[in-house]
Design a protein around this ligand. Structure first.
Ligand code: URA
Length: 233
């Protein structure tokens, strides 16, 4: 049970003050009955209407997207399509935002949430959450390159990366797991190892895999998956 004015302000319908005014004017109903007191406690399944319009209640949402290439990870962009265009209306209503970034030409796992705490933890460098990428590249990943990645690749600008794990999957195909999120990090690490990246897809964050989610599709995580995600942070 939550206060009516809290629910309406969280849903972005009106401020708490305005809720009191609307209630006094008899414009708010809960399950069809007028409610005059904004402090009234309302059940989570109750149907609330303001001036005859049903209210979409704010709830905590975590969802994942299989980002396609060509979309920028931003809430707005003047020149390119953004990942927000791939979100279903319900997720937009719930005001989710991307937790982290993928380059415009990178595909794969992107988390969205409206939970500020989770968002902060997912993007904080302190979390050091492992992120795994499938990489297609020119050149060969040698044992020496795998060792260098473990010890910390030195990028062309002199920055030393944290230890990373590269697994060679065959000619021109590898996976890499990193615990940082520097700009173009995987591409720059592979460049420093003499291998130009031609394709990049994020396949896992912590214990959360992309799985078989279709390109450009979005799915909500269930409570178990959300708890597991929190536990890896
Ligand atoms: N590293 C990159 O180079 N690009 C991405 O999109 C993500 C990680």
């Amino acid at each position: 049970m939550e206060r009516l004015d809290k629910i309406l302000s969280e849903a972005g319908v009106c401020s708490r003050k305005d809720c009191a005014r609307l209630a006094r004017r008899g414009l708010i109903t809960v399950n069809g009955l007028e409610v005059r007191d904004p402090a009234d406690k309302v059940d989570e399944n109750a149907v609330i209407e303001v001036d005859g319009e049903p209210v979409a209640r704010r709830r905590e949402v975590v969802c994942i997207m299989n980002k396609s290439a060509g979309f920028v990870t931003s809430t707005e962009d003047d020149r390119s399509r953004t990942v927000m265009e791939l979100l279903p209306d319900e997720m937009l209503r719930q005001k989710v935002v991307p937790a982290g970034r993928l380059d415009k030409d990178t595909e794969g796992l992107l988390v969205f949430t409206n939970n500020g705490d989770l968002l902060h933890r997912l993007i904080s460098p302190k979390s050091e959450i492992p992120k795994t990428y499938y990489v297609e590249h020119e050149g060969r990943i040698t044992d020496e390159a795998v060792r260098k990645a473990e010890q910390g690749v030195v990028l062309k600008d002199g920055t030393t990366c944290k230890s990373a794990r590269i697994e060679c999957l065959g000619e021109g195909k590898s996976t890499i797991t990193i615990t940082e999120g520097m700009y173009h990090q995987v591409k720059r690490m592979f460049a420093a190892l003499g291998c130009h990246v031609t394709y990049l897809r994020r396949i896992q964050i912590g214990k959360l895999p992309l799985g078989d989610l279709e390109p450009s599709k979005v799915r909500e995580l269930n409570q178990e998956e959300i708890t597991s995600l929190f536990n890896t942070l």
